[in-house]
Design a protein around this ligand. Structure first.
Ligand code: ADP
Ligand code: MG
Length: 701
């Protein structure tokens, strides 16, 4: 049994071919090592005895010592059950069996002393324990029982007699059969220096800890190791990439940038914008390819930063491209950027799916001969017919809408790698960013332009529409505009559209022409229609915009001051936050109204509470991570990264992650050629882990 990872589980005593098959199919346990790493989902303290008069129906599992006074049966047919009245002198509980064999009354005798273990519930005014564990009191030494493991099992396993208790026995058999300690997977100096439990002890304690403290120590060691190797892998990859991928050197800031800065800048940059531009300036002049993630809450002014970075590229004789996830957004960027660059010698073009035929050809030619300096595009730019003379910088706006493969396609349009700036308003929590984008540098705009008032967020129920409409009337009378957003869920797009159209009709009735004008935008509209409707709203010709989440990303109408979100319970936190970011862009007080029905799940209620409590995007992202778990987070799914964390938890182990990252960085700096003998085991483990199909970090960015 020396090679745990290669010994088939069927050879463990108590398993055999049939059970091995079930373990493999139901739990993915194929080898002895798999079983060792199949950790219990909880432990229950079996070292303590309760008195019956202490217990109530709200307790977890408990243990009692006493005698069976009598048996009776109750109910009939499928409801028939066997009841034993059990007492320790301080009270009586009913032990209940629903499907019982005759053996019970023979095995557990009236008048003998037993230890009973189970979960108490209250039924018919009495405390019941259904299907308890029962052991004779005289041969059970509970003081040594400590924490008992409970394993997840499936229905199929239970039919094969593979209950949690059976898995427990298998694990015990395995430890019993081990002739020597499980080999360490971290260097000895490392284990000692960081006060970690040795692997052998940690694995044993994960299953059979003597006490809670030992269990915590074991968990810490395994989390530490797991996160450490992930970070070591990412940082090592980042280093290799830095060495390999030489980048374009933009040696000057350039005349263009300077002219813009001195003459065209519509307002002073915020401190954060300045800092971020400086960081990127340094990147692009370092000789290495820039690969930077720019995070900034909605409205923090990322577009301007992107524009100024592109001006540096153009000033150095290269082309720049900004890629937006929707046509609406691309068009808006185009309009803003054209205005801002007016009078400067920069040719700006827009390329979307709707730019066709005679309008398209000159743009494609201009890109190929280098006369187009700055391209604003949707994913239309990814088509093979689009070629650049010298693409020096790619900006990807609202990163989470693009897949990894799509982005890679764009950089392959050159013989050399362009610099890459990925911008996102989805504030990815630090822990997640470090894991997801470990080889990207991260810049953060953590400051909003001055004069912004925080958006006031309120929760209203459907039934309170009248007061909501009244409020909207007031705001519109003051010259403000209103968004009303309906959810869109792919599976029932038709129904959602119906919802939206109904909502539109209602709004048109409540806000009738000619006093009011209402726009509607949704994903089914042709781009031209969508654009026209958007423009009505942007120009202030309509006061109300009824829409689906197509407006979620990027749209900028500073005069809009109310965001009403219908069925807010159907939106995720980051989506709600994005939507709220559409208002609060002007000088006026803005409002976000979350409308829900009375019936709310716990989760939905938590989301609504968080939204009304804070407008800090990072706090919201952290909360989102905690509520949903990392695999579920917007942006991680699309990026195609499977999270395969066994024991660590990105939502809870952020501090540890930072700690192990520093350690990993230190080791890489200290042993860059990976030849220190004491670290041998680290590189070996890294190879093993990579082979066994961990995350493919090279796929990211
Ligand atoms: P986002 O980061 O969400 O993409 P935008 O780039 O759309 O934000 O900027 C939001 C608004 O803030 C725009 O109207 C923009 O003109 C304005 N803005 C950007 N930077 C500043 C600044 N330094 N001072 C004042 N307003 C700014
Ligand atoms: Mg933006």
């Amino acid at each position: 049994m020396s090679d745990l990872a290669h010994t088939d589980i069927q050879y463990l005593s108590g398993v055999g071919p049939q059970r091995a098959d079930v373990l493999r199919k139901e739990l993915g346990i194929a080898t002895l090592a798999d079983l060792l790493y199949y950790f219990p989902y909880k432990h229950i303290d079996r070292s303590r005895l309760y008195y019956i008069h202490e217990i109530d129906g709200n307790m977890p599992y408990i243990q009692l010592r006493g005698k069976i006074l009598s048996y009776e049966t109750a109910g009939a047919g499928r409801k028939e059950r066997l009841i034993a009245h059990f007492s320790d002198g301080t009270g009586i509980v009913d032990l209940v069996w629903f499907q019982y064999g005759k053996y019970i009354q023979k095995r557990y005798l009236i008048g003998h002393e037993y230890i009973v273990f189970g979960k108490p519930t209250v039924f018919g005014g009495r405390i019941n324990i259904a299907h308890p564990d029962i052991d004779p009191a005289d041969n059970l030494d509970i003081s040594g029982m400590g924490l008992r493991p409970y394993y997840n099992t499936s229905e199929r396993m239970k039919r094969m007699n593979l209950s949690s208790g059976a898995v427990e026995k298998l694990v015990a058999n395995l430890f019993g059969a081990l002739k020597e300690p499980i080999p360490e997977t971290l260097p000895a100096y490392f284990v000692e220096h960081h006060h970690l439990m040795p692997l052998d002890e940690a694995l044993h304690s994960m299953h059979f800890p003597a006490n809670a403290e030992q269990l915590r120590g074991a968990e810490y060691r395994l989390k530490f190791e797991e996160l450490f190797y992930i970070q070591l892998d990412i940082l090592r990859y980042a280093r290799m990439r830095q060495q390999k991928s030489r980048g374009l050197c933009f040696t000057v800031v350039g005349q263009l940038f300077n002219t813009f800065y001195n003459e065209k800048l519509p307002f002073p940059l915020t401190g954060a914008q300045k800092r971020v531009i400086r960081e990127m300036r340094a990147d692009m002049n370092s000789g290495r390819q820039m690969n930077r993630l720019l995070q900034g809450d909605v409205g923090s002014g990322k577009t301007l930063v992107a524009l100024m970075t592109m001006l540096i590229a153009i000033g150095n004789g290269y082309q720049a491209c900004i890629m937006a996830p929707t046509e609406i957004l691309a068009e808006q960027h185009y309009a803003t950027i054209r205005t801002q660059l007016e009078g400067l010698p920069v040719r700006v073009e827009l390329l979307t799916g709707s730019v066709k035929g005679r309008r398209r050809a000159p743009i494609l030619n201009g890109l190929e001969d280098g006369s187009v300096h700055l391209l604003i595009a949707t994913h239309a730019v990814l088509e093979d017919t689009v070629r650049f003379a010298a693409l020096g910088l790619v900006v990807v706006d609202e990163q989470h809408r693009f897949g990894v493969a799509q982005r890679a396609k764009l950089w392959n349009k050159n013989d050399f790698l362009p610099h890459v700036l990925v911008m996102t308003a989805t504030p990815i929590p630090r822990t997640l960013a470090m894991t997801l984008y470990g080889d990207l540098d991260v810049s953060v705009i953590d400051e909003l332009p001055p004069g912004r008032k925080p958006v006031v967020t309120e929760h209203r129920y459907d039934e309170q529409k009248a007061s909501l409409y009244q409020f909207m009337r007031q705001q519109i009378a003051e010259g403000r505009q209103v968004y009303i957003v309906y959810p869109l869920i792919k599976e029932s797009e038709k129904m959602d559209l119906k919802n939206l159209e109904e909502g539109y009709r209602t709004i048109c009735e409540v806000f009738p022409a000619p006093d009011y004008a209402v726009s509607m935008v949704h994903g089914r509209l042709k781009p031209a229609e969508k654009e026209a409707e958007m423009q009505h709203f942007v120009r202030g010709e309509t006061q109300i915009m009824v829409a689906t989440t197509v407006i979620e990303v990027g749209v900028n109408v500073p005069n809009a001051s109310i965001m009403v979100i219908q069925n807010a319970e159907r939106f995720g936190l980051s989506q709600l936050h994005q939507l709220r970011g559409r208002v609060g862009r002007g000088a006026d007080q803005s409002y976000c109204i979350l409308v829900t029905s009375y019936k709310l799940s716990n989760e939905s209620r938590k989301r609504i509470d968080i939204m009304t409590r804070t407008s800090d995007g990072f706090e919201i992202a952290e909360a989102d991570l905690k509520l949903r778990g990392p695999g579920d987070l917007e942006g991680t799914q699309q990026s195609g990264i499977a999270f395969d964390l066994h024991i660590a938890n990105l939502a809870r182990d952020g501090i540890l992650l930072q700690h192990v990252r520093d350690i990993a960085q230190h080791i890489l700096d200290d042993d860059p050629d990976e030849n220190h003998p004491e670290n041998h085991i680290l590189w070996q483990q890294l190879r093993i882990r990579r082979k066994s199909g961990g995350v493919n970090w090279s796929a990211i960015s």
